[in-house]
Design a protein around this ligand. Structure first.
Ligand code: CMC
Length: 429
């Protein structure tokens, strides 16, 4: 794996030889681990040039718009697989056989209910609390309920925690929504698929059980698949970092949820709709495009651009198609906000500013539109992202714990004061 070497020349010091590591695909990586022995560190805020771990789960080629889970292209998973099968793949490394799939689905379904006492946690939150605030709290609280599976050094405990998290996230997400609405919380139904069950718990009530539209359930399943994992993004890195200290899986996932909340990451799908509200009308688009281009204005076009995809976001292509199907199923053709979104998309795909900077619509641009059309309030969008990403987080957490690892502890370039003495209070100016 490391037959090539790089040489680092440091003025006034002996050259340092650094191994170059080669993955199965993707760029080579210079192994700087031995640098610390020279008393120096690398400096890379934002991790633009740093691989923080070795992983076999997901591969992204941002220049060519490629996303692979365990080697399978995301487009094929979205077309030929379903969310629980994708979960199995991420967690176990291979697609399941028919028998393994039936067993996995059944195991997940056996864990969809949450401890009845967990409901009481919700009462501590204001009903107008942001759903992500409630999610951080209740997912973290799961650690207080499942003591029987918190030994992170026990592979069976890790397995059962992973299943519990995948199984309970839709239940918790729907409970968060029902609490905010003041409606009774719905129990999961194990005769439904994962996506159907989520829509059932979200939109049905004890007095009215409506059938779930297959088109909407399919769209929901696609949203889950497309958000299932994305290698070492901010929230996944947060989960790995929290896990590297030996924290329990529920606490780690709560940390991931907190990191996902930000508008530059998972909060973007909510931010897209908020932005469309702010723009208000097609006639205001030019003004907002000018704001997005203005270096002195913090406004950015939400749902455009990506740290890694500098050509196209392959998830966005699938999502756009699903978006068209959902809008057709729901008969939404004349929605002013949708028209606004489509006009923005058109401008961004033709305006030199966006083309030169490779600012294409990302997955969140279309998923936000779909979720709104389905009737999910914007404040729930990031919760749905968290629900879907939980399997990615827990797969990375399991992968890290399955081989030797170190606590994550970055260093810093210190630019503060040198050592100085405290002066007496009366002498300070
Ligand atoms: N609107 C206007 N200009 C933009 C935008 C945008 N959405 N995104 C980047 N730029 C400009 C930026 O000002 C810079 O211009 P210049 O080269 O003239 O200084 C250039 O494009 C490069 O931007 P950057 O900030 O260096 O790029 P980054 O890789 O650090 O940021 C990003 C990536 C996703 C944080 C950013 O594009 C962004 O904030 N987009 C909007 C939020 C969003 O949609 N996020 C969801 C990402 S997809 C979900 C996920 O995977 O988490």
């Amino acid at each position: 794996m490391a037959d090539k070497k790089a040489q680092l020349i440091i003025e006034g010091a002996a050259p340092v030889e650094l191994p170059i590591l080669t993955g199965t695909v993707g760029p080579d990586v210079i192994d700087v681990r031995s640098l610390t022995a020279t008393g120096r560190f690398t400096f890379d805020p934002g991790f633009m040039s740093t691989a923080s771990c070795e992983s076999k789960i997901t591969y992204i080629d941002g220049d060519n718009g490629i996303l692979l889970h365990r080697g399978y292209p995301i487009e094929q998973l979205a077309e030929k697989s379903d969310y629980l099968e994708t979960c199995y793949l991420l967690l176990n490394g291979e697609l399941p056989t028919a028998e393994q799939k039936a067993q996995f689905v059944s195991t997940v379904k056996n864990h969809t209910m949450v401890h009845e006492q967990l409901k009481t946690f919700f009462n501590g939150f204001r009903r107008d609390a942001h759903p992500m605030a409630v999610m951080c709290g209740v997912v973290g609280a799961l650690s207080a309920f499942y003591h029987d599976s918190l030994d992170i050094n026990n592979p069976q405990h890790r397995e059962i925690s992973a299943i519990r998290l995948v199984a309970k996230m839709p239940t918790l997400a729907a409970m968060v929504y029902k609490y905010s609405m003041g409606q009774p919380m719905m129990y999961p139904r194990n005769d439904l698929t994962y996506a159907e069950n989520f829509l059932h718990m979200m939109f049905n009530t004890p007095c009215e059980i409506k059938p779930i539209s297959p088109v909407l359930a399919n769209a929901m399943d696609k949203i889950f698949i497309l958000h299932a994992d994305h290698e070492q993004n901010a929230s996944t890195s947060t989960v790995r970092l929290a896990g590297s200290s030996g924290a329990n899986p529920f606490a780690c996932i709560a940390a991931g949820i907190a990191a996902l909340w930000g508008p530059a990451h998972g909060g973007a799908n909510e931010a897209v709709l908020t932005m469309l509200d702010e723009i208000g009308d097609v006639s205001n688009i030019d003004k907002y495009i000018a704001k997005a281009k203005d270096k002195n204005d913090p406004f950015k076009l939400m749902g455009f651009g990506h740290r890694v995809y500098k050509n196209r976001d392959p998830r966005a292509t699938v999502m756009k198609q699903t978006c068209d199907e959902v809008l057709k199923e729901l008969g939404i053709t004349n929605d002013p906000q949708l028209k606004l979104a489509m006009r923005l998309e058109e401008i961004a795909l033709t305006d030199p500013y966006f083309i030169e900077r490779s600012l294409y619509p990302n997955v969140d641009f279309y998923s936000g539109i779909i979720l709104k059309a389905i009737g999910i309030p914007t404040s729930m969008f990031t919760v749905i992202f968290a629900l879907a990403r939980t399997v990615g987080w827990i797969s990375h957490w399991k992968e890290m714990l399955s081989s030797p690892y170190k606590i994550g502890r970055p260093r810093q370039l210190y630019t503060g004061y040198e050592s100085r003495d405290i002066t007496k209070l009366e002498d300070r100016k």
